[in-house]
Write a new protein. Structure first.
Length: 185
């Protein structure tokens, strides 16, 4: 699916997005550095991360990027590439240069993250070492550009009045899901 210029501009302005995966009753929502190249969204994570296990179990995912006054919500399926797997290397090579372009764009776009990672290499846990990283590719089948309200106003409006007053009953109440907070009327 091709993204609109507006959606591509939003993806180009932000550095971090929120990845949501089905994880039982409630979704797992994690921040993720990303790049958008070769028509897909690319991320990397530890092979031991919950994201990896959940994506393999159910590849349906959503990714939200907030770029201030606007945001973009992508929905689609995640494909996992494990560089240590010969099958995955062959699959990536047969799919064309997409993964390699995506990872090159990821490294260039996220230089501060990559540089910090390299500087901390000796202190990283074994699970985070480069040989334990996998690549996630989001094949989007739906994209939605939204207007976003300022975060402080959104959070304040999302909280029940009793929560703002600090009552015990209010602390037990639930706050609406994030998607309801960010979409302007």
């Amino acid at each position: 699916m091709r993204l609109s210029r507006e959606a591509q501009a939003i993806l180009g302005r932000a550095r971090i997005g929120m990845l949501a995966l089905k994880a039982g009753r409630l979704p797992l929502v994690n921040p993720a550095a990303y790049s958008f190249a070769a028509g897909s969204l690319w991320m990397t994570t530890s092979r031991y991360a919950a994201k990896n296990m959940l994506a393999r179990r159910d590849p349906r995912a959503a990714f939200f990027v907030d770029a201030g006054a606007q945001g973009v919500l992508l929905r689609g399926t995640l494909e996992v590439f494990d560089p240590l797997s010969l099958n995955n290397q062959v699959r990536a090579a047969l799919a064309g240069p997409g993964m390699y372009l995506g990872m090159a764009e990821y490294a260039l776009r996220n230089v501060p993250f990559v540089a910090g990672y390299a500087l901390d290499m000796m202190r990283l846990p074994r699970e985070w070492m480069p040989y334990n990283r996998i690549v996630l590719q989001l094949h989007q089948n739906d994209a939605e550009v939204t207007r976003c309200r300022p975060r402080s106003a959104v959070i304040w409006q999302a909280c029940p009045a009793a929560t703002r007053a600090g009552t015990t009953a209010a602390r037990r109440s639930s706050i609406p899901p994030c998607g309801r907070w960010t979409t302007a009327p």
